[in-house]
Design a protein around this ligand. Structure first.
Ligand SMILES: NC(=O)c1ccc[n+]([C@@H]2O[C@H](COP(=O)([O-])OP(=O)(O)OC[C@H]3O[C@@H](n4cnc5c(N)ncnc54)[C@H](OP(=O)(O)O)[C@@H]3O)[C@@H](O)[C@H]2O)c1
Length: 310
């Protein structure tokens, strides 16, 4: 291939310029924060969605180019979602992209995840994102802009003890596929960015949320899973610590989804996410079940370490 290359190793001529306004949800922390700052440095005007004003102030203090603006967005609150679209129209005259990154993870054996916890998982990771898309589509249509939906390797294969999170990611994948097909005639392109494990604050939150799910479950039910779930959560944390995938890898995929002349339908980030996608596509259910069976092997067994004692 010929042509000057840009960061990420692709020929520059296959990229659109990084200008115009982009909304990034969940910019207070982790991947969203990295993404907001890097998109700003590349030339975009960034409307960085945060829920607390102090997070916006911190982000602003780190912004170097004067193109980042913290915006109060709780994606489960229709008024703040609408206000974000109004601000983009009023102050930036339109929108080039929407990065649906905000998310939470409710872990736990499904028998222990109560309906409120399950609704919260779907409300944030699915319903909220569709609300963001609906509110910002009129602006994206005008610019033939981009929607980037952040899912996960668990959007293709459901891992035991992360069933609620997987259900939300599967749903977000389905929304992305349907939206991509519905919006194709309008020129709005929809891509999925599916990361594997990347060390961010989400992992501490997951561990705390797991403790809560188990302590809120009926004790006899929690007892059935305590040992297997505890071991799973420990292994999960180790996996994040050992992961070689970085937030920069994630951001590169988002930049590509926003600027590739012909954006892919999906950008995997990390070997683990890619493998998960491959297993889900190629392995029959029975083999996938066997692959995950170690996680649940001790369900029903007494906990060798009483984790309630800390
Ligand atoms: N890190 C990984 O290993 C990994 C792997 C696969 C997929 N992902 C996905 O990547 C995305 C970012 O994850 P992360 O690791 O960066 O997690 P994180 O550090 O916990 O960040 C999550 C962000 O989402 C925001 N958020 C939560 N609920 C919200 C709501 N109702 N409205 C608006 N914002 C809300 C949080 O804001 P507050 O600070 O206000 O709570 C925070 O800014 C998530 O969608 C996650 O599922 C992450």
């Amino acid at each position: 291939m010929t042509g000057r290359t840009v960061r990420g190793g692709l020929p520059a001529r296959r990229r659109l310029p990084a200008h115009g306004a982009v909304v990034v949800t969940g910019a207070s922390s982790g991947l969203g924060r990295e993404c907001a700052l890097e998109l700003e440095s590349r030339g975009f005007h960034v409307l960085a969605g945060v829920r607390r004003s102090e997070d916006g102030e911190k982000l602003l203090a780190e912004s170097l180019y004067g193109r980042l603006r913290p915006v109060p967005i709780d994606i489960t609150d229709d008024a703040s979602v609408r206000a974000s679209a109004e601000l983009a129209a009023r102050e930036y005259g339109g929108l080039r992209g929407l990065v649906n990154n905000a998310g939470i993870c409710v872990p736990g054996p499904l028998e222990c995840v109560d309906s409120d916890q399950f609704r919260r998982q779907l409300d944030v990771n699915v319903v909220g994102h569709l609300g963001m898309v609906r509110a910002h589509l009129p602006l994206l249509r005008q610019s033939r802009g981009r929607v980037v939906n952040v899912t996960s390797g668990l959007g293709k294969a459901a891992v035991p003890f992360l069933g609620a999170y997987s259900a939300a990611q599967f749903a977000k994948e389905a929304l992305s596929d349907a939206l991509r097909r519905e919006l194709a005639p309008t020129g709005v392109r929809v891509s999925i960015v599916a990361p594997g494990a990347i060390l961010t604050p989400i992992w501490n939150k997951v561990s705390e949320a797991g403790d809560r799910v188990l302590s809120d479950a009926p004790p006899a039910v929690a007892e059935l899973y305590r040992s297997a779930f505890g071991a799973f959560m420990e292994g999960n944390g180790q996996q994040a610590l050992a992961s070689r995938t970085t937030p920069e890898d994630f951001v590169r995929a988002v930049v590509r989804a926003l600027t590739d002349v012909r954006p892919r339908t999906r950008y995997w980030v990390g070997a683990d996410a890619r493998s998960m996608g491959r297993w889900a596509r190629l392995l029959p259910d029975a083999l996938l079940d066997r692959r995950f069976s170690g996680i649940t092997a001790s369900v029903g067994a007494p906990d060798p370490v009483d984790r309630r004692q800390g």
